[in-house]
Design a protein around this ligand. Sequence first.
Ligand code: NAP
Length: 243
Amino acid sequence: MKNVLILGATSDMAQAIAKKYAAEGWSLTLAALEPDLLEPIAGDLRVRTETPVESLEFDATDFASHPAFYEGLAVKPDAVICVFGYMSDQMTARTEFDQVRRTIDINFTGAVSILNIVADDFEKRGQGAIAGISSVAGDRGRQSNYIYGCAKAGFTTYLSGLRNRLTRSGVHVMTVKPGFCRTKMTEHLDLPPALTAEPEQVANAIYKGLEKKRNVIYILWMWRWIMLIIRHIPEFIFKKMGM
Ligand SMILES: NC(=O)c1ccc[n+]([C@@H]2O[C@H](COP(=O)([O-])OP(=O)(O)OC[C@H]3O[C@@H](n4cnc5c(N)ncnc54)[C@H](OP(=O)(O)O)[C@@H]3O)[C@@H](O)[C@H]2O)c1
């Protein structure tokens, strides 16, 4: 039985991903910041799916703990999906540097810290798949969310470099750019329904994408074209747009 390690497992997307992998016959290692929130999720999956589920505490910003966390896994994973993230309020982040640091620590530094360790293990084993959930916000800096966006841009570039490094070792790395998704993170936002995915759509796309060794996936097809256009708007026009 193959094993998937899901980092940030209490997130709405991660819960859908866990259900999908369990349904496909994988065993699960779920890791999250709040063990009290994670345990009922893990328990529910054990009962509903009869798949082995291990649940562990994991803090993306406790960088020093990451080597021991990975070393201590009962089963070394075949796939790792890095889901955790944090979206600061842009206006608050403009004045409160703590929010900037938290956003970068979680979305970028924490992800790099744990995935560096995973990458070394997968490279030695000559196998494995990594998916990182980045964001279209990282495709171009916009005034409305460039703090979150720059952390995700760094993560996107990191995943691209990791893919380039690991491909010759038989390890696959996939970048996921969900566009809008209906989760806790966006529940306060008024999202356009046609551009908003459900967590289950993200889960299905990640499973299929890793099986097919896709490099970069957008969940709803429109987002690839929307971001292509946004990336190509000349800077002298883009800088005057209220985005
Ligand atoms: N929703 C969207 O529209 C959207 C779009 C593009 C990308 N994304 C990305 O998708 C991923 C999943 O987000 P979501 O939408 O499912 O939102 P979510 O439900 O708010 O999930 C975020 C998860 O990250 C966890 N987390 C926060 N800080 C952490 C830390 N220090 N260590 C470990 N885990 C930590 C949270 O745990 P706690 O709840 O315990 O704090 C939560 O489980 C994120 O990377 C997000 O940036 C979301």
